[in-house]
Structure formats: C-alpha cells, structure tokens
Design a protein around this ligand. Structure first.
Ligand SMILES: Nc1ncnc2c1ncn2[C@@H]1O[C@H](COP(=O)(O)OP(=O)(O)O)[C@@H](O)[C@H]1O
Ligand SMILES: [Mg+2]
Length: 362
C-alpha cells in the first residue's frame, strides 16, 4: 500500500510517526487506571496518539470500554452534560451489544427523576441539558459499575474549555475521584488555561495526576516517514533539508504533513533542495490566500494589525516593546490590552521561550 500524507484528521497507527515512548506511557496509564494530563499546542498529535492507544488496548484486552469526550467549545455545565451524553451514547452503541445498551439507558433513565418543562420532548439529550448534574451523576455511577467488569478508560479532550466553569470542574473532579477503577486522561491545547485549571491550589483540579507534554518529533524519526510518502512521486529528501522543512513548519506535524502532501502533488523525480521547499511553501501559501481573510474574520482592526505584526516579526518576546510599537503604530498600553484579548485565540500561542507566535505557518 502506498502511504500518503494526512493532515487535519485523527490518524491510525499506520500513519503515526514514532511516538513509541509516549505510547508506552499512555498504554501504561490505561492499564493501571492512572490519571494523566496530556497537553501541547494544537495539531501536535494528542488526539491521534490517544486514539491509537485506545485501539491497541481494544485489540489486547477483552471487554475494554473506552469513552472519549470532546469538550471543545462547551460554555456551560448544560453543554458539558450534553457532550457527555452524545459521546457516551456513541461509545455504548459501538462497544456493547444492543440489548446491553438498552438496559444501560433504561437504568440511567429510571434513576433520574425526570422533570422537563412542558413542551420539551423527553429524550436523554434534553434530560442532560435540563438536569445536567443529575444526569452526570447517573452516568458516572454507570461508568463505575461498568469499570468493575470492564477495563474502563475515560478520555476528555479539549479540557481547557471548562477553565471558567467552576461548577463543572467541581462536579467532574468529585466524580473522577469516585472512579477508582477507571483510567482518566485529560487533554488540552491551551497551556495558559490548562495551567489555570491544574495549578491553582484553590481549584478542584489542583495537582491532578501525572502530566505529559507532547514534544516535536525528531528529524531522525521524521526523515524515513517523509521519504516513505515522497516515494510515490519519486521524490527524495535528505536530513538537512528535512530539518529545514520541519523548522519552517514550526515543528508541528499537521503542517509538516500538509506541506508534504503539497510537494507530492507538485513535484516528481527529484531530490528536494531548500529552494524546492521554499517554493512549495510559497505556492501552498498562495493557494490558501483566501484563508487569511477568513482566519481573521471577526477580529477587530487593531487585533488584525497586532496579529500581522507578530506574523511579520516572527516569534515575539516583548509584545508591547519597541519593535511591535513601530510595526503597529500603537502605544505599549494598547498592545498590552490587545494581547490580553487575543491570548486564547486559536491563531496565537506561546513557544517554550514564552514568545508569542502564529501557530499556523501557512
Ligand atoms: N505522530 C505523528 N506522525 C505524523 N503526523 C502526525 C502525528 N501526530 C499528528 N500528526 C499530524 O497532525 C494532525 C493533527 O493531529 P491531532 O491528533 O488531531 O493533533 P492534536 O489533537 O494535538 O490537535 C494529523 O492529522 C497529522 O497530520
Ligand atoms: Mg486534538
């Protein structure tokens, strides 16, 4: 089978480059019912890594139950409960026989004192929305029962979404505590918000579990991965050029793969030089030009000029310093204010040296 570059999707094990060490650790957490906080900026491969580990446990263990919840953009306890409902319904249906799913739902339902406003149709989704606490308590109780018989793993993705939802945090922390026979893996992509959740002594998730930051993949590991996929176009890349390509893409696997796919489409029968990589990058950027305006849609005029200045200057340490003032024509106080507005937006992130940079290289 010829291998292709995939991006913007969750990968299966055949497309995961390396991550052996990380995989062993996640698998061990799953087996020993541990607690893990897995974090990195977006598109480094967290969801794919955990997904592949879940698949692997499913192949080894009998009666494994893995529940994956994505909290992306949930803004209230009601939405959190609905998300738990949607994902758990899916997981039950996929991993248990029909009969068992029916009795599972009947159980949960019968234990809830359903009290919906008159005109609302009786569905689990509505119940979750109108009685989020009661619903979640019953769902977690069910998970507790399941975990006595099945290896149970709970994965909650984009956990930073509930950074401001104290009530949801308190409830989830309490319930996770009860799930002594369940592995709990929390993932997230906004370091600042995650830090708030897990490092504040006054908050429920203070010092929850072990943590692991997903690091860039080394060029030694990426080189054979690239060549395997370039082979369809009879393109070859050497280590120095591969390193150049990885750096150009901020070492983010999603963008490395996206540029790889572009190269396969546009080049053939050659050994890549840095010049080829630059021209591939430029034409890829050109082809995606429309995305700039859509990516900046909804940002104010001042915010746009702030983002543009960061893009022009490269990673910026002093976001209100002289360089930024020159580039934007704005005073330091104004820059500081805009930075505060933008610090959690999906376009920007801090690197390991605490410099602000544009995540998407395209
Ligand atoms: N180990 C890996 N090897 C190669 N590409 C990867 C790897 N991990 C992630 N990617 C690339 O990144 C993309 C996004 O991965 P994803 O798991 O959704 O990241 P995250 O959850 O951190 O945002 C994938 O579609 C793929 O292109
Ligand atoms: Mg993800």
């Amino acid at each position: 089978m010829t291998k292709t570059f995939k991006f913007d999707v969750i990968l299966g094990s055949e497309d995961l480059c390396n991550r052996q060490k990380e995989m062993r650790r996640v698998l061990s957490i799953m087996e020993r019912q541990g607690r893990l906080v897995l974090y990195s900026i977006r598109r480094m491969g967290k969801t794919s890594l955990v997904h592949v580990c879940s698949q692997k446990r499913g192949e080894v263990g009998q009666g494994v139950f893995h529940l994956y919840i994505d909290l992306n953009e949930t803004t209230s306890l009601e939405e959190v409960a609905q998300r738990f409902h949607t994902h758990s319904e899916l997981a039950f249906k996929k991993q248990f026989p029909v009969q068992k799913v029916k009795s599972l739902f009947n159980d949960i339902l019968s234990r809830l004192k359903v009290n919906l406003p008159g005109d609302v149709e009786l569905s689990m989704e509505n119940i979750a929305f109108h009685q989020p606490e009661a619903y979640l308590l019953q769902l977690f109780q069910k998970l507790g029962e399941i975990s006595k018989k099945n290896e149970t793993v709970l994965v909650v993705d984009e956990f930073q979404a509930i950074a401001e939802l104290r009530k949801a945090q308190a409830l989830l922390r309490r319930e996770f505590q009860q799930l002594s026979q369940t592995a709990v893996i929390l993932m997230g992509s906004n370091q600042r918000l995650l830090y708030k959740i897990f490092n504040d002594k006054k908050l429920p998730f203070f010092s929850f579990g072990e943590d692991m930051e997903l690091q860039p993949i080394s060029v030694e590991d990426y080189l054979p991965y690239l060549n395997e996929r370039f082979a369809t176009a009879h393109v070859i890349i050497q280590k120095n050029e591969a390193e150049y390509m990885l750096n150009l893409m901020n070492n983010i696997p999603n963008y490395i793969n996206e540029l790889g796919a572009w190269i396969v489409e546009n080049f053939s029968n050659l050994e890549l030089t840095k010049g080829h990589i630059d021209s591939a990058f430029e034409s890829a950027v050109e082809s995606k030009r429309g995305r700039y305006s859509s990516a900046l849609y909804g940002y104010s005029h001042l915010e746009k000029s702030f983002v543009k200045a960061i893009a022009t200057l490269g990673p910026v340490k002093k976001y209100s310093g002289g360089e930024m003032q020159n580039e934007t024509g704005l005073p330091a106080s104004e820059l500081a204010r805009i930075k505060k507005e933008l610090e959690d937006c999906p376009l920007l992130s801090f690197d390991t040296e605490n410099r602000l940079f544009i995540i998407d290289p395209f």
